[in-house]
Design a protein around this ligand. Structure first.
Ligand code: SF4
Ligand code: FES
Length: 238
């Protein structure tokens, strides 16, 4: 079948304004959107910029907006986003981050927000005598969902709070905070509370659930945020 790709184009170094370029491509309905972008890059326009690495839904680098929804191009089949021959697929970069070129965004700010929540294990000073921190299956299950995050930025783009409050820490950083706060081996809640317990921290989340809807790993982001809010209130005796 033949379809059209309508792709956002913008090079801040040379373009005054962004535009959309349209390419007709022959595809199989079971091809991935990433395949069609690669086809354009190899055969039509080698200046098209986008990120990809694993091509199997693991690295998170090809998150973009496809028909207005945040998705991984390598996990999205043509038949998922078209109805019939001649359909157009609209492809845009993630929102809330500056465009570096075309579909590539500058992830610096997104990644810097992870660092703020200390996304690493903060164990007790004295390690266990046998040198190992043992967890039960239940304790491991408590952090399982949050460990699936691949830092793709889809939730950050979909978050309506960031539309009006660009200083909000954002859903992904809160997922990473919860990952460690609910780890039975971690003792870093107090250090993280200082960052989370702020108007632009966890309390800015309004429960829109848009992050949860787009997460390609199926992480229940809003639920994790609400559990973390409850944990902070508990710790503060509220
Ligand atoms: S929580 Fe989901 S949507 Fe957000 S960065 Fe992680 S994997 Fe991507
Ligand atoms: S290229 Fe790695 S997740 Fe799509």
């Amino acid at each position: 079948m033949q379809i059209e790709l309508k792709i956002f184009r913008y090079n801040p170094q040379t373009d005054k304004e962004s535009r959309f370029d349209t390419y007709k491509v022959d595809v199989d309905p079971s091809d991935r959107v990433l395949d069609s972008l690669m086809h354009v890059y190899r055969n039509e326009d080698g200046s098209l910029a986008f990120r990809k690495s694993c091509a199997h839904g693991v690295c998170g680098s090809d998150a973009m907006r496809i028909n207005g929804k945040e998705r991984l191009a390598c996990k999205t089949l043509i038949k998922d986003v078209t109805q019939s021959e001649g359909d157009t697929i609209l492809i845009e970069p993630l929102r809330h981050l500056p465009v570096q070129k075309d579909l590539m965004v500058d992830q610096s700010e997104f990644l810097s927000r992870f660092k703020k929540v200390s996304p690493f294990l903060i164990p007790e000073e004295k390690p266990p005598e046998n040198g190992e921190y043992i967890q039960s299956q239940l304790q491991r299950d408590a952090i399982d969902d949050a460990t699936k995050c691949i830092n793709c930025g889809a939730c950050y783009s979909a978050c309506p709070v960031l539309d009006t409050n660009p200083d909000f820490l954002g859903p992904a950083a809160l997922v990473h905070a919860s990952r460690f706060i609910f780890d039975s081996r971690d003792q870093g809640l107090d250090a993280r509370i200082a960052i989370l317990d702020q108007p632009n921290g966890i309390w800015a989340c309004d429960n829109h659930f848009e992050c949860t809807k787009v997460c390609p790993r199926g992480i229940k982001i809003t639920k994790l945020i609400n559990l973390t809010k409850r944990e902070i209130k508990k710790r503060k005796g509220e």
